[in-house]
Write a protein that binds this ligand. Structure first.
Ligand code: RIB
Length: 294
């Protein structure tokens, strides 16, 4: 299976802080680094590191060339990453003492993608190929509809969640990947619902979609038709949770495309994201296939 990931490419500006800055507060950081990120690009890196055949499509400014070089170094086909005159996407990330993050996004090139570019990119793919999407770029509905019209399957990760998602043609999505907050919002679940209840509601709301619900330290859940699965996390000391979900998705998809069953794919995905959170950074923290499938 070939994967076309149409997604964000961001420059991550990571500040280590005691706590996430409060309104009116000026906070000195204890560390800073600039690294490669973007949910889309991270997922492409994870797919490629896991051994999948992945093409990334998106848009960057001249400041983002190092991201393209990194992705192609991992084996991602970057020929559909277009260049424009503005800035690349930027993510201002605060990483606190508990290793939790808070992120402010500037869309940049991710929001400058055009429908014409989407048509040109999708024309190279068809039945048997999967389109992978997140919610950091424009025209997500159009991408889903056009990809399905071409006979592709579609995986949508609903992160970062916003109201727009409720208007997407989610009934067309083959694999829906949500975290517990996104899942509850989509399912309209009452506050305090259990993960299994949220999963159940999603399976009923989207009967044509496989559902993967990632639940942080509670592991990951899977539901499709009558099948329900759970996999606990792969526990390692936490250094930075950034890109944990992206790593999970890259490894889940690759594992399934290699013919592994759903439970096995969940296990590899949890192991890969467990390794990623034990390391600092986004794209650079994602493990290679030998560390996960070995
Ligand atoms: O999922 C992590 C990513 O979210 C970061 O790399 C940042 O760029 C934001 O898009």
């Amino acid at each position: 299976m070939r994967f076309l990931n149409y997604g964000s490419v961001n420059i991550d500006l990571v500040f280590s802080v005691d706590h996430v800055v409060q309104p009116g507060e000026t906070l000195s950081s204890t560390g800073f680094f600039k690294s490669a990120g973007g949910k889309g690009a991270n997922q492409s890196a994870a797919l490629a590191k896991a051994g999948a055949d992945v093409t990334h499509a998106g848009k960057i400014g001249a400041d983002g060339q190092f991201l393209v070089d990194l992705l192609s170094g991992y084996g991602v086909d970057t020929s559909l990453i277009r260049l424009y005159e503005g800035a690349s996407g930027q993510a201002l990330i605060q990483l606190d003492k508990q290793k939790q993050n808070a992120i402010v996004l500037f869309g940049g090139g991710n929001l400058a993608i055009t429908k014409g570019e989407i048509d040109e990119s999708l024309a190279l793919f068809g039945p048997g190929d999967m389109l992978v999407l997140q919610n950091e770029i424009v025209h997500v509905s159009y991408l889903i509809e056009r990809a399905k019209a071409r006979g592709m399957s579609v995986c949508l990760n609903t992160a970062p969640f916003d109201e727009k998602i409720l208007g997407y043609p989610l009934h067309l999505v083959d694999l829906l990947v949500v975290n517990e907050i996104e899942g509850a919002a989509l399912a309209g679940s009452a506050q305090g619902s259990t993960f299994s209840e949220v999963l159940e509601a999603l399976v009923h709301a989207y009967p044509g979609s496989e559902i993967v619900l990632t639940a942080g330290k509670h592991g990951a859940y899977y539901g499709y038709r009558s099948l329900r699965l759970h996999e606990p996390i792969y526990e390692l000391p936490v250094a930075d949770t950034t890109a944990a979900g992206d790593t999970f998705i890259g490894y889940f998809l690759t594992s399934r495309s290699l013919g592994h069953g759903q439970q096995e794919a969940l296990r590899y995905a949890c192991k890969a994201s467990g390794i990623a959170v034990s390391r600092v950074g986004a794209m650079g923290s994602i493990p290679f296939a030998g560390e996960v499938f070995g």
